[in-house]
Ligand binder design. Sequence first.
Ligand SMILES: Cc1cc2nc3c(=O)[nH]c(=O)nc-3n(C[C@H](O)[C@H](O)[C@H](O)COP(=O)(O)OP(=O)(O)OC[C@H]3O[C@@H](n4cnc5c(N)ncnc54)[C@H](O)[C@@H]3O)c2cc1C
Ligand code: FES
Length: 290
Amino acid sequence: MEKTNIVTEKDIVGKENPYLPSVAIVTQVIEETPNILSIQLELQDPEEKKSFGFKPGQVGQISVFGSGESTFVINSPSSQPETLQFTVMKVGVNTSAISNLSPGERVGIRAPLGNWFPCEQWEQKDILIIGGGIGLAPLRPLIFYILENRDKYGDLTLLYAAKTPEDRCYKYDLEQWEKSGHINLVQTIDTACHGWDQEVGLCPHVLEQLKPSPEDKVAITCGPPIMIKYTLEVLNKLKFKSDMVYTTLERRMKCGVGKCGRCNIGHKFVCVDGPVFSLEELEEIPEPFI
Ligand SMILES: Cc1cc2nc3c(=O)[nH]c(=O)nc-3n(C[C@H](O)[C@H](O)[C@H](O)COP(=O)(O)OP(=O)(O)OC[C@H]3O[C@@H](n4cnc5c(N)ncnc54)[C@H](O)[C@@H]3O)c2cc1C
Ligand code: FES
């Protein structure tokens, strides 16, 4: 009998189909706080794993079979793309399903998506990073990038705010960064508690007290919307120019590739124009972005 070529789905859609997830294997699950965990993933296909790359600030869509798909920042170092870390706060259906995953299980992943921090544009400048709670996730790969290219940047300061010491993500990194001497680390919690010897007070308030000079300095912030709002106000008061202030935004995303129109702020799509925006860009949009 004559042999026929069987046409597979891969032949039809190839790698060009932006909706087709790759398969990844969960390699590690790390408990960050009582309701936040990190999962580490490796792409199953060796070729895909070898060719995969991403930049600090980019996101991925993670799907749990039978549960749904949702967006998370890739928060591991971009210099080690063979293992990808995502940090997940349990809020609903898919994040609960992700929270129940164990090493060895498989998920779908579409990544990398979105834009990234313009790190090269910031060379020779001082860097001020301001994160709140799980908002440290998108800033984590940026911090790794700057630490790996330390001589290209001026002072590096991280102001990190959390409700309580237990609510801080990446305690393992914070400890190392503090010891490293390569980063000025200022940590604050909302209210004083036994054993805490660092700052106490809300992030914008502590920032105002620190009074960083805006001279040749880029400020990047991410956290809960209310924190971003007041942090931007303080940066404005401290005379940071809007082209030297950056944030990363969240909107409900579906396609992740600029097709469905679910994630827009004015004429900008968070999935393709963002999630990283300068304040200068956001000020041009007539509708509120927070
Ligand atoms: C660019 C971007 C980056 C993100 N990065 C992270 C991250 O690193 N870690 C993380 O934990 N989460 C992140 N999120 C938010 C995450 O995508 C949502 O929490 C997730 O989709 C909720 O899915 P679910 O099925 O569990 O929730 P659902 O069952 O669909 O909804 C539960 C609740 O969560 C709210 N919700 C759903 N999606 C969003 C959203 N996109 N933003 C705000 N609220 C939402 C719903 O309104 C509802 O109140 C990011 C979102 C975007 C757009
Ligand atoms: S998520 Fe579909 S357009 Fe942005």
